[in-house]
Design a protein around this ligand. Structure first.
Ligand SMILES: Cc1cc2nc3c(=O)[nH]c(=O)nc-3n(C[C@H](O)[C@H](O)[C@H](O)COP(=O)(O)OP(=O)(O)OC[C@H]3O[C@@H](n4cnc5c(N)ncnc54)[C@H](O)[C@@H]3O)c2cc1C
Length: 417
């Protein structure tokens, strides 16, 4: 619903979409508090060695570039068709953006958002009633030293992403027997296989689980290690039907980097190198650590117990719903994204995230007035989110908050290049 300035907007998470949301709000004259559990762009730091699929012009906003250029006339933006690594995206765009005067003093790092509620109101009070907006938001924050305190705001925008919460690797998406005890030892993201963590994978056997682009990235890195060493081995396991490709190819893919990764990973799965074994149509039943190695029981007829040194599970991520469990947020029972957006995305179902059309302001509304989910978290378990979709959401959302149909600050700015 519309909120006039001056008003205070709490933006949860200083990832790429949190920063862009805050910038847009500042341009419109709102007070913002950006609350980040780690450091700015924490998720992107984690995959800093990975090259992005989308060219730079899809990974920046005209507003962001204008803000950085106003601060630093010497700023050289990357070429619009440059394919940056996550690390380059950070150093050449996201961090300069965060350091602009518009944002710098408004970011609280090392501060975790634990819960969001409303003063005077509980979840069951005034169901789906717009008058809930009159009670301000009450936000429980925890500092790095464990100290807790309360923040307040008129609007809350949750851009905390999904990267902090990996799915379970067991059959059916629940923990494999023993997985919960080994949660901290299993890799659920992108370990630096060819970098700092090389010693953990070189001359050892790794079990890789998953059939998305993250698994494909790890498969290719592990195979590079195989070719550089004598006794590195990999077992790649997916639930895809035997004989099919582990990674879905997009016909005439417009993103060449993505097409190349898909082709490379699928070729590995169908290859004949004994050091790289691929198993389709299976899943993990149990996992146990004995004498420093993992014993992993997998499904099949007959099943098998694999003995490996490291386990990488790239089985997707899920949103942390606990942050807003005291609010009236309508969630999709399949994706766990907010319901209206999830329904719109389902109707547009496509294998290629580039085909995703703008979902419109209405898709961002939910029963809790002035509470919104944007960015990758708004897609829930749907992994098709692109930064460019987030910018559309930011623009759409402020037509609602600012109550100005057609408002588009991005269009008013000088375009890149
Ligand atoms: C390997 C890889 C490659 C990718 N390549 C591309 C690409 O080429 N193009 C593209 O468009 N997208 C790509 N993506 C998707 C990319 O993640 C998103 O575009 C973008 O990072 C999403 O930004 P976000 O702000 O929604 O979430 P995030 O980047 O995850 O940011 C969320 C922030 O919230 C913080 N946070 C989480 N919980 C809390 C809490 N409780 N309290 C406070 N702070 C919290 C996190 O620390 C983080 O800083 C890629 C993703 C991966 C993993």
């Amino acid at each position: 619903m519309a909120v006039d300035t001056p008003a205070r907007i709490a933006i949860l998470g200083a990832g790429p979409i949190g920063l862009e949301t805050a910038l847009y709000a500042r341009f419109l004259g709102y007070e913002v508090d950006i609350i980040e559990q780690g450091r700015i762009g924490a998720s992107v730091h984690d995959w800093s060695d990975v090259r992005m699929f989308s060219p730079f012009h899809m990974n920046c906003s005209s507003l962001g570039l204008a803000a950085i250029e106003a601060q630093d006339p010497e700023y050289q933006a990357p070429a619009k068709d440059a394919l940056l690594t996550g690390g380059e995206w950070l150093t050449r765009y996201l961090l300069p953006l965060a350091q602009t005067d518009l944002l710098n003093d408004h970011i609280q790092q090392q501060t975790t958002v634990v819960h969001v509620g409303r003063s005077q109101l509980r979840k069951r009070d005034l169901p789906a009633d717009d008058s809930r907006h009159s009670a301000d938001f009450r936000i429980l924050l925890q500092d790095a030293d464990g100290t807790e305190r309360i923040g307040t705001s008129d609007v809350v925008i949750d851009t905390t992403g999904v990267y902090s919460q990996a799915n379970w690797l067991g059959v059916g998406g629940i923990p494999a027997v023993g997985e919960r005890q080994l949660r901290d030892q299993i890799h659920y993201r992108l370990p630096a296989i060819l970098g700092d963590q090389r010693d953990r994978f070189a001359e050892r056997t790794t079990l890789l689980i998953g059939s998305g682009y993250t698994a494909a990235t790890n498969a290719v890195a592990l195979n590079n290690l195989i070719s550089e060493t004598t006794d590195t081995q990999v077992i790649w396991l997916t639930r895809k039907p035997a004989g099919t490709d582990p990674i879905r190819s997009i016909p005439d893919d417009r993103l060449p980097e993505r097409a190349a990764l898909t082709a490379q990973a699928n070729a590995l799965a169908h290859g004949s190198d004994e050091r790289f074994r691929y198993l389709g149509e299976t899943g993990v039943l149990s996992i146990e650590q004995r004498e420093g190695r993992y014993h992993v029981e997998i499904a099949g007829d007959p099943g098998e117990t694999l003995v490996v040194d490291e386990v990488i599970a790239n089985v997707g991520f899920r949103p942390d719903l606990s942050l807003f469990q005291e609010l009236q947020v309508h969630q999709c029972y399949a994706s766990e994204g907010p319901m209206k957006l999830a329904a719109t995305l389902l109707a547009q179902d496509s294998a290629d995230c580039l085909d995703q059309a703008a979902t419109g302001p209405d898709s961002l509304l939910n029963p809790e007035p002035n509470f919104y989910l944007l960015g990758s978290k708004s897609y829930g378990r749907n992994s098709n989110f692109l930064f460019a979709h987030g910018l559309q959401q930011v623009r759409d959302l402020f037509t609602v908050i600012g109550d100005r149909e057609g408002l588009d600050l991005y269009a008013g700015m000088k375009h890149l290049g």
